[in-house]
Design a protein around this ligand. Structure first.
Ligand code: NI
Length: 140
């Protein structure tokens, strides 16, 4: 991919915030920070559509909650075509961390994540998706 240079004008305060992100080691330099922030935004706006993407769903939950495991299992079976694999980690006596690798249409993955995160007892949930996969055709 060819790289194009261009000038950017922005408010001093905004530039300070950008430099702060770089200083906190979130990015190695300004260019990388701007590149990543744009890429994140572009991929987020494409989540709603039919693009084929891969991603992960991170869940933290209390496994003692009644019916929670059954509910999570049930939802994943309804989306068996999208779920590639799931890994479970016992964080402490009560909490579990589950990371589910997913692949499919962005709109389906969003629906799957929303359903899992909505299960009673799930304390934290987050879906991360890639940019659209190249060289793969979208399902009809
Ligand atoms: Ni566990």
């Amino acid at each position: 991919m060819s790289v194009v240079r261009f000038g950017v004008s922005l408010e001093k305060e905004l530039l300070d915030e950008l430099d702060e992100l770089v200083a906190k080691n979130r990015f190695s330099n300004r260019s990388q920070a701007i590149r990543q922030l744009i890429a994140d935004n572009v991929s987020r706006s494409k989540w709603e559509c039919n693009n084929l993407v891969v991603g992960s769903i991170t869940l933290i939950y209390d496994h003692h909650k009644r019916d929670l495991l059954n509910a999570l299992n049930e939802v994943q079976h309804q989306f068996y075509e999208e779920v590639l694999a799931a890994q479970h980690f016992h964080i402490n006596h009560d909490l579990c961390l589950e990371i589910i690798a997913v692949k499919g249409r962005a709109v389906r993955l969003t629906e799957l994540a929303d359903r899992l995160i909505a299960v009673k007892g799930v304390q934290h949930g987050k879906l991360t998706m890639s940019r659209p996969l190249p060289h793969e055709t979208t399902k009809p």
